[in-house]
Design a protein around this ligand. Structure first.
Ligand SMILES: C[S@@+](CC[C@H](N)C(=O)[O-])C[C@H]1O[C@@H](n2cnc3c(N)ncnc32)[C@H](O)[C@@H]1O
Length: 422
C-alpha cells in the first residue's frame, strides 16, 4: 500500500513481490486487502484523519498505510475484528517503531467504539462519497451526465472474470461443460462469440487445460477488438501496441492462425509476455520491439491490410481491475496521453494499404482520448473516413462505439473503425 500510495508504484508491480508467499490463501488475502484499500482509499484516509490527533510525518507514511489496511479489514471484510486488530498491531511491531503498536491498537479500538458515527460523516467530500479523485469525477460528470453514477459504481465494484475460449481447440459450449465438471459455473458473455463469464473468479490454475491453451482470460469488452478488426487469413496485420498479447492472440485464433501478424510493442519486458501467451496457445506471429510513433526497421517497411492501434490511455474504463489508476493517474497526464495517441495515429496511417482499415481502441471513458481524438485525426487526413461499427453492444458515439463498465458486463472500451481511401 505504501509503495502504491506514497511511491507511485503500480499495484501489479507492488504485488509481484508477494508472489512467493507459500500459502495461496496468504497471496489472495494480500491481494484482497490491497485492492480493497485502493478501491475505498478516500474513506479509509478520512477515517484515519478523524482518528489521528495530527498527521503522520513523511517518514511514517508506511505506518499510516498499515492503518488504512487495518481499517479496511474492520469496515469491509468478514475478518473477525479482534484478529484484524491483533494482526495490524503485530505488523506495526514488525515495522520497528517502538511507539507504533500502542498507537495502532488505540486507534483501531477507538474506531470500533465510534464506528457508527465515523462511518456516517455529516458532510462527506465528493471523494469520500464516490471513492474517486475529484478531477476524474468532474471529467466523468461532464462527459457522461446521464451515466456517471453507474460508471463510478461499476468502477468501485469487483470485476467479473471473463474467458475467451480458443475456437481452434474447443467450443464455448464444450468448454462450459468442462468447467461445470470441476464445479465452475459460467454464462456466455453477451456480444462476444467465444466469451464465458465465470460466476466467481478463480486462479488460472483452476481452469481446465489452461496451460494447453484451451482458454485465455480476457474481458468481454476487449474481445470486441478482433471482431471489429475482422482480419482475414493471408492478410498482413499490425498490432501496434500488442503487449501482453491478448488481442493479438484473439486475432490469430479468429482467423485460423493464418494472418501474417506483426506484434509490436515498445516494452521488451512486456513483449516476453506476448511470446509466452502465443506459445501457450500454439500460435505464431512476428514480434518486434519498436516505437509506434516513429516507424523504423523491418516492421515499418511493410504495408498492412489492417492495423490495430490499442493505444496507451488513461485506462479509466478498467478502474475496477486496476483501482490504483484512480490514485496514480493525474489530471495533466491526459494531455500527454492524447498527444501520444495522435502521434501514433499519424505515424501508423501511412503503413496502411489503400482500402485498408485501422481500428483505434482505448480502454478510456474520456472523450478527449476517444471521439475528440478521432475527430482531430480526420481533420488532418483527407484519405481517412470513419465507418460506424455495425454492432449491438455499447452505444454509438461520434465516429465509433463505447462500452461502459457494467456489473457482470464488459469493461469500458472505445472503438473507432477508420478506412483509408482506395
Ligand atoms: C493498452 S496496452 C495494449 C494491450 C494489448 N493490445 C492487449 O490486448 O493485450 C498498450 C501498450 O502500448 C505499449 N506502448 C506504449 N507506448 C508505445 C509506443 N510508443 N510504441 C509501441 N507501443 C507502445 C505499452 O507498452 C503497452 O503494452
Amino acid at each position: 500500500m505504501h509503495a502504491v500510495r506514497d511511491q507511485g508504484r503500480s499495484l501489479d508491480a507492488a504485488l509481484a513481490e508477494f508472489e512467493d508467499l507459500d500459502d495461496p490463501r496468504d497471496r489472495s488475502l494480500v491481494r484482497e486487502l490491497c485492492y480493497g484499500v485502493l478501491r475505498t482509499l478516500p474513506r479509509q484516509a478520512a477515517l484515519a484523519g478523524a482518528l489521528l490527533h495530527r498527521p503522520f510525518k513523511r517518514a511514517d507514511r508506511d505506518l499510516e498505510a498499515l492503518i488504512l489496511v487495518g481499517l479496511y479489514q474492520l469496515t469491509d471484510t468478514r475478518i473477525p475484528p479482534h484478529a484484524a486488530v491483533a494482526a495490524t498491531v503485530d505488523a506495526a511491531r514488525a515495522m520497528g517503531r517502538t511507539w507504533a503498536p500502542a498507537l495502532v491498537n488505540a486507534l483501531l479500538r477507538r474506531f470500533q467504539r465510534e464506528r457508527a458515527r465515523l462511518l456516517d460523516p455529516p458532510d462527506p467530500t465528493p471523494e469520500v462519497r464516490w471513492l474517486f479523485p475529484r478531477w476524474l469525477l468532474e471529467k466523468l460528470q461532464a462527459a457522461w451526465p446521464q451515466h456517471w453514477r453507474e460508471i463510478v459504481a461499476a468502477g468501485n465494484a469487483r470485476p467479473p472474470m471473463t474467458l475467451r475460449v480458443n475456437r481452434l481447440k474447443t467450443t464455448r459450449a464444450h468448454y462450459a461443460r468442462q468447467l461445470g465438471s470441476v464445479g465452475l459455473t459460467v454464462h456466455p458473455s453477451q456480444d462476444t462469440s467465444h466469451g464465458l463469464t465465470l460466476d466467481r473468479p478463480v486462479s488460472t490454475a483452476e481452469l481446465p487445460s489452461f496451460s494447453a491453451g484451451l482458454v485465455s482470460v480476457q474481458d468481454a469488452g476487449a474481445q470486441l477488438a478482433a471482431e471489429l478488426l475482422d482480419a482475414q487469413p493471408g492478410e498482413r496485420i499490425l498490432d501496434a501496441c500488442a503487449a501482453p498479447g491478448g488481442k493479438s492472440a484473439h486475432i490469430l485464433e479468429r482467423a485460423g492462425g493464418k494472418p501474417d501478424l506483426m506484434a509490436l510493442d515498445i516494452d521488451p519486458v512486456r513483449l516476453e509476455r506476448v511470446r509466452a501467451n502465443l506459445r501457450r496457445l500454439t500460435l505464431s506471429a512476428r514480434i518486434a520491439q519498436g516505437d509506434a510513433t516513429a516507424p523504423d526497421g523491418d516492421w515499418a517497411r511493410t504495408r498492412y491490410h489492417r492495423i490495430l492501434l490499442d493505444a496507451p490511455c488513461s485506462a479509466t474504463g478498467v478502474i475496477r481491475r486496476h483501482p490504483d489508476i484512480k490514485w496514480l493517474r493525474k489530471e495533466n497526464d491526459i494531455e500527454a496521453l492524447c498527444d501520444l495517441q495522435a502521434r501514433m495515429l499519424d505515424a501508423l496511417w501511412p503503413l496502411l494499404v489503400p482500402g485498408g482499415t485501422l481500428l483505434y481502441a482505448t480502454c478510456s471513458l474520456l472523450p478527449a482520448e476517444n471521439e475528440a481524438q478521432i475527430r482531430a485525426f480526420l481533420g488532418r487526413r483527407d484519405d481517412a473516413h470513419a465507418r460506424p461499427p455495425a454492432a449491438a453492444w455499447g452505444m454509438a458515439r461520434p465516429y465509433g462505439r463505447q462500452t461502459l463498465p457494467q456489473a457482470g458486463g464488459p469493461d469500458g472500451f472505445y472503438y473507432a473503425v477508420l478506412e483509408k481511401s482506395g
